[in-house]
Design a protein around this ligand. Structure first.
Ligand SMILES: [Zn+2]
Ligand SMILES: [Zn+2]
Length: 391
């Protein structure tokens, strides 16, 4: 467990995570990190197995800690009941000799090797059957590594269900720097969403009295600033830059565990991105990278905030937004220079996503503020048109 003292009203913050190792050569430390576990079950897909799973498997085998390895051979592993079932079914090789007098012996630890879906699946299996789990990250692509919730596809939609927070996150920079370039851009894009997310949280504090932690919010902004400043070096797969992104995910992930909700990681930009994603889920289209979707939504929400800053007569709100305008401008400049690809380009889809986001989640953000002052539709339309000029 990680515990810190804080000057906010909670006084201390706790997270169930044991440790996070972000370094070059981190996978070689796995036997030491997982000391005490003798039957580790590795879950990977064919890409992540090649990228890191095979090495992890060899290392665990050498140390007599490997129980079994399951590699999804699907082109696209989706977090759904079928994938969860496969992870359970393959605890043992399918041709293992049964002992009909006993139940199937269990592994003592689940180790997901991958990003996104593989973690979402293992997190749920871990929670459902009460086994600890950890992650070997293979791409610095999304902020969900340390999350406790898993977005699962079921009944034609996607919703978040409770899972387990990983005990260990192992991120080997030498593995991460080989990840596909778009996944790295997505990672930075997901971090950019923290700017709009933190401003939404401040807005909720000042206009609804919602709990806010200065320290956690400041840590998230600081981590995002590092990603922004160093992000240009991602083109060269710069190790420092990759470390900044993983550190950012850790700060936001821990922040969520510390306060028990996702405020430190997400605001209106994540809700809008989620709405866009649902349109694809419902139409059975392949999903976009989460971070790229969040990045586009961040640019959209930044436009709304800048419009509000110009028009509002509320001096306090003006001041609040002012702090973030340099960040918003820097994000826009980054996206332009680094050619961050947009995900949703149709006017009606962008707009429908904003409208769906308003009713999808009961969380106070700029969307609720605009609704309450009767300007939601006007801002949604105008911001969509502005965004279309930028992407
Ligand atoms: Zn605090
Ligand atoms: Zn995210």
């Amino acid at each position: 467990m990680i515990e810190i003292t804080c000057s906010c009203e909670k006084k201390t913050h706790k997270a169930p995570m044991e440790m996070c190792e972000i370094s070059s050569g981190a996978i070689y430390k796995i036997p030491k990190i997982l000391k005490g576990y003798k039957k580790v079950y590795i879950v990977a897909d064919s890409n992540t197995y090649k990228a890191a799973g095979k090495y992890v498997e060899d290392i665990l085998k050498e140390n007599d800690m490997l129980y079994n390895t399951f590699v999804f051979d699907d082109q696209l592993v989706l977090p759904n009941a079928q994938s969860i079932g496969k992870v359970l079914l393959n605890f043992q090789p399918l041709d293992a000799k049964p002992n009909i007098f006993e139940y199937c012996p269990m592994p003592d630890f689940i180790l997901a090797v991958g990003s996104g879906s593989l973690n979402d699946i293992c997190r749920v299996v871990s929670y459902r059957i009460g086994l600890p789990y950890g992650i070997v990250a293979t791409a610095p692509s999304m902020d969900g590594y340390a999350s406790a919730g898993s977005p699962i596809l079921h009944d034609g939609t996607k919703s978040t269900i409770q899972g387990t927070t990983p005990k260990y996150i192992i991120a080997d920079i030498d593995v991460l720097k080989e990840a596909p370039y778009d996944m790295m851009l997505a990672g930075i894009g997901d971090m950019f969403g923290k700017y709009t997310g933190m401003l939404d949280w401040e807005l909720a504090r000042d206009y609804t009295g919602e709990y806010f932690c200065d320290k956690i919010s400041a840590d998230v902004i600081e981590a995002t600033n590092k990603c922004l400043a160093n992000g240009y070096n991602i083109a060269d797969r710069n190790p420092e830059c990759i470390k900044n992104i993983m550190d950012g995910f850790l700060v936001t992930g821990l922040g969520m565990a510390f306060i028990g909700n996702s405020r430190p990681a997400s605001g209106s930009e994540h809700i809008i991105a989620h709405a866009w994603e649902l349109f694809d889920v419902e139409a059975a289209n392949a999903p976009h990278l989460h971070g790229l979707e969040v990045c586009e939504a961040t640019r959209l929400v930044a436009i709304m905030y800048k419009m509000l800053h110009k028009e509002t007569e509320d001096a306090h709100l003006k001041q609040l937004i002012e702090k973030y305008i340099p960040y918003f401008n820097a994000v826009e400049e980054f996206c332009k220079k680094m050619k961050v690809p947009p995900t949703v380009v149709k006017r009606e889809t962008i707009l429908a996503g904003i409208k769906r986001a308003l009713i999808m989640r009961d969380r106070y953000t700029i969307l609720f503020y605009l609704r309450d002052i009767g300007k939601f539709d006007e801002y949604a339309e105008k911001a969509t048109d502005e965004l279309l000029k930028l992407i």
